[in-house]
Design a protein around this ligand. Sequence first.
Ligand SMILES: Nc1nc2c(ncn2[C@@H]2O[C@H](COP(=O)(O)OP(=O)(O)OP(=O)(O)O)[C@@H](O)[C@H]2O)c(=O)[nH]1
Length: 751
Amino acid sequence: MGKKRIYELSKEMRVASKKILDTARSKGMDVKNHMSTLSDSDEKVIRNIFGKNTNHSKKPSERHHNNNSMNNNSNQHQQSNNHSNDHVNNNHNNGNHANNHVNNNHSNNNQKSNFNNNFKQGKKNKKKFNKRHNRHNRFAGMYTKNQRIRQNNKKNKAPERKERPLPETFVYNAGMNAQEIGKALHREPAEIVKKLFMLGIMVNQNVSLDKDTIELLAADYGIKAEEKEVVNVSDLDKFFEEEENNKEHQEDRAPVVTIMGHVDHGKTTLLDYLRNSHITAGEAGGITQAIGAYQLKKDGKTITFLDTPGHAAFTAMRARGADITDITILVVAADDGVMPQTIEAIDHAKAAKTPIIVAINKIDKPGANPNHVIEQLTGHGLVPEDWGGDTIFVEISAKMGTNVDELIDMILLESDVMELKANPDQNAAGSVIEARLDRGRGPVATLLVQQGTMHVGDPIVVGDTFGRVRTMMNEKGKNLDKATPSTPIEVTGLNDVPEAGDRFIVFDDEKTARAAGEERAKEAQMEERKKNNSVTLDNLFDSIKEGEKKEVDVIIKADVQGSVEALASSLQKIDVEGVKVNIVHSSVGAINESDVALAEASNAIILGFNVRATSQAREQADTDKVDIRLHQVIYDAIDEVESAMKGMLAPKYKEVVTGEVEVRQLYKASKVGTIAGGMVTSGYVRSDSKIRLIRDNVVVYNGELNSLKRFKDDTKEVKQGFECGLTIENYNDIKEGDVVEAYKMEQIPVK
Ligand SMILES: Nc1nc2c(ncn2[C@@H]2O[C@H](COP(=O)(O)OP(=O)(O)OP(=O)(O)O)[C@@H](O)[C@H]2O)c(=O)[nH]1
C-alpha cells in the first residue's frame, strides 16, 4: 500500500480533511495541507483516532466488496453468486439466445436489485471512497449484460492500475479531444472513448468534442465542468473598453484639453504661455521635452494639454478610435474673426462631441472686436450664456497673459461639471499621442494614460506593437515609476513604432502581451489588404439596405459660399426611405487633408463643387478609401447623391485601347462572312475585345469580334508581332489596309 494523501483518507473515512490535518499536526506529523501524504504508521495513527482502521490494508477490489458487505452482507454473497451465474450463462448458453435472454433477465433482475440496493446504500460511501470502484458499480447499472461480464472478467484478471484522482473541477476548452481530456482528468484516452461510447457518442481519441459532450462526460464522472474563458488577446478594443468601463474605485481625473483654431490666431502662443507660466516650483529649470502633451496645476487641480495637433491630426486620431480629448479650446483672434479653419475646428469638435470653450484671443490688439467674434460664432451654434446659450467665452491675450488664469478656471469648472473619473487601481489603458523612432532609444511613444496606473516594467501592447515599459518620463524629462489616469508619459521599450491614436493596454504578463501584439500585427496586415469598407456613393445603397446607415454623412466644399449653401439645403431635402443627408462640414475652398480625415472619421462622402482636391488630399483619400465626388453643376451633385441613395448609381466606364491589328488579307467564306487575316502591330487583341474598324483614320464601324484565330484554331488572345485571323460580329465590309483597334471597357475606380 502506497502512501495516502490526507484528502483520500478523508474521503474514505468520511472525516473532514481539515480535521485530519489538524489532528495530524497536533500529533507532530509533517503535513502541510490536504495534499500531504501520510506514512503507513501515521495513517494507522489517524485511523485509530477516528476509529476506522480496518480497511486500509486491503486491496481496492476487496475494499469494494467489503464496503458493500458493510451495508448488506447477504447482498454481497448474492452478488458473487450472480457473478458466477453470469459466467455460466455467458460461456454455455451462447447457442440459446432466448434462453440466455430469459436467464439473463432473471439473474440480471436479481443482480440489479442487489446492485441497486448496494449502490443506493453505499452510494455516499463509495463516491467518497474511490471513484474507480464507483465506476465499476456504475457499470452495473449502465452496461448491457455482456459488457458487464466483460468488464467483470477484466476486473478479475487485470490488476488495477493506480489512478490519480479526478480533479474536482474540469476546466475545459470546447473542441478538446478524448486524448486531451484524458490527460486533464488523469485517465486513459481509451477510457474516455469508452465512456463516451456508453453515452451514445462514438468517437476516436482525436475527434474534437463540443461543449455539451464534454459537460456530459464530466457529469458522468461526477465532477464539475467549467469552460475555460477563451480570450481573444488581440481584441485590444475589447480590453480597452473593459478597462475603460470599469466603474470600480472611480477617482477624479484631470481633463484632457486640445486647443484648436485658425492659423495664426494664437494657439501656440497660448500653449507656450500656459506651459511657461505654470511651472511649479522645483520643476523650473528642468528641460521641457516636446512630448506632445503636458500638464499644469492650479489650486491643486491638474489639466492635461495636448499640443495642438492640427485638425486633421486631431480627427485622424479619432478615426483610429482615440477619443481622448475632453474639452476643446477654440482660439479665435479678436482682430480677425471667424475664419475657415475656425469653422472646421468647430465641426471637428462637434463630431467628436467634446464641449467647446471659446478663447477670444488678441484682445490687446487695437483692432480687436470680441463682440463681432461672438456674433459670428452664434451663427455656428456657439452662444454665450449672456445671450441665452451655454458656451463659455473668455476674452484673453495669450501674448500678455491677460485672463489666461480665468480660462484655466473655466476649464476646471467645465471638467468639474463633466465629472471626469477613472479607476487608477487596474492595468493601464490609454492612447498614443505621438510616436517616433529615436536613434539611440529605439521606438519612443508619448502615451496618455486614460485608465489604471502604468508602471515601469509593465508588459504592454500598443496598437500593433508590444513590449515592456523600459523607461517612463513626464514632459519635464523626469523619470516616473508610475503614471495615473490623464498623465501623458513618454515611454521606451516597444518593439516597433505605433501610430498616433493607437490604443494601448497593459497585460498581466509579457507572454500574453507578445501574443496579442504579434496577432494584431498579423491582423493589421490582413486588414490593410482588404481595407475597402468605407462608404462610397457606389456602396451607399447597400449600406442603406442593410440598415447600416440612417444618415448619409456628407462634407461639402465649394468655390463660393452661395454654392455651399445651395448644395447643403438641396441635399438636406433629399429623403430616401427615411434616410437623410447629414452635412458634417461645409466650407469654401479646395478639398484638403483635414476634410479627408474628417470624412474618414465620420465615414462621410466629400462633395466638391467647382473645386479640386489638393494632391495630398487626393493621396490621403486614396489610402483611406474616402470617396470624393467633383461636380460643376449643382443639379448633377444632388442627382448623384439621390441616385446613390436610391441605389441607382450606374457604374462609370472608360475605354482602354489594348492593341491594333493591321488587316493584310481577306477571305470570303459563305458561312462566316469576311475573314480578315492580319498582324497585331501593337498591344494585344482578345476574342472578347470590343473593336473599332478604322479606315484612313476614320472609324467606319464600332462593334465586337465574332471570332479570333491563330492559324486554324480559336484563340483567346493574340499578342503584338503575331498573325491572326478574325471576323467582326455583324460586319463584313472589311478592306485590306484597315486597322482593327481593340479596346475594353474598364470601370472607373471611385476617386
Ligand atoms: N498681440 C497679440 N498677438 C498675439 C497674441 N497671441 C498670438 N499672437 C501673435 O500671433 C501670431 C500667431 O500666433 P501663433 O501662436 O503662432 O498662432 P497659431 O494659431 O499657433 O498659428 P499656427 O501654428 O500657424 O496655426 C504670433 O506672431 C503671435 O505672437 C495675442 O494675444 N496678442
